[in-house]
Design a protein around this ligand. Sequence first.
Ligand SMILES: C[S@@+](CC[C@H](N)C(=O)[O-])C[C@H]1O[C@@H](n2cnc3c(N)ncnc32)[C@H](O)[C@@H]1O
Length: 253
Amino acid sequence: MKKVLLIGIGAGNPDYVTIQAVKALNEADVFFFLDKGEEKEDLANLRRTVCERYIEDKSYRIVEVPGPVRDPGAPDYKSGVHAWHREKAQIFSSLIADELKDGEVGAFLVWGDPSLYDSTLRVIDQILAQGALAFEYEIIPGITAVQALAAEHKIALNPIGEPVHITTGRRLLEGLPDKVDTAVVMLDNGSGLRALIDEDVEIFWGAYLGTPDQILISGKLTDCVDAIQTARTEERERKGWIMDTYLLRRTPR
Ligand SMILES: C[S@@+](CC[C@H](N)C(=O)[O-])C[C@H]1O[C@@H](n2cnc3c(N)ncnc32)[C@H](O)[C@@H]1O
């Protein structure tokens, strides 16, 4: 039987890799890297660093293939994502069928943790549901950008006994659910930053968390938003891509 490992490698710092992930890395014969376009070099480099640093037997193989790109012109966001996942399922199926021998272990190194805004797990489930390929799989959790943000700002995510809402910049524009005063925002192109600008809100913002380029800004949203937007624009120009996550907290009512 073939085996596939989805290994969470943490959200940017090779030191985030857990002991469980190190054991899993050392079990794998083949690593599948999907080329991700503009961010690709930095992200692929972190994956390579993780392999080089933590794997003892250097006879492992890396198979790198171009990743599909989500069609921004799809009729709506979700149908675009579903089509993108179908394309990924075809690529993953070919990799598992052609590059992994019976009894071998293949691994996908997942940024952060596989359970949070990542398609790898859904794609693997889709392949197994199709029934054409048989393999077992395991998931190794990793440190998410949300945990990295909280640690770097030295904050607890939740006010005592209160919920925390995790959402995207796009969904934040629709407002927060009733009685929710704390939100963590990911996958924002910058448009969500001003969604709650008219309210009394604190922001804890982090870009490139856990990496040498990390930037942290915190304070009242109204006071910080311009500095954050300037940093976003400048960093995006400098590096060609940006990854940021932030927590918004309404002042208790
Ligand atoms: C596709 S999601 C992947 C999330 C990942 N699975 C995790 O567990 O953190 C990408 C989003 O995660 C956030 N992110 C990931 N790594 C980050 C980092 N090092 N610094 C800041 N935000 C990060 C950003 O909001 C980015 O848009």
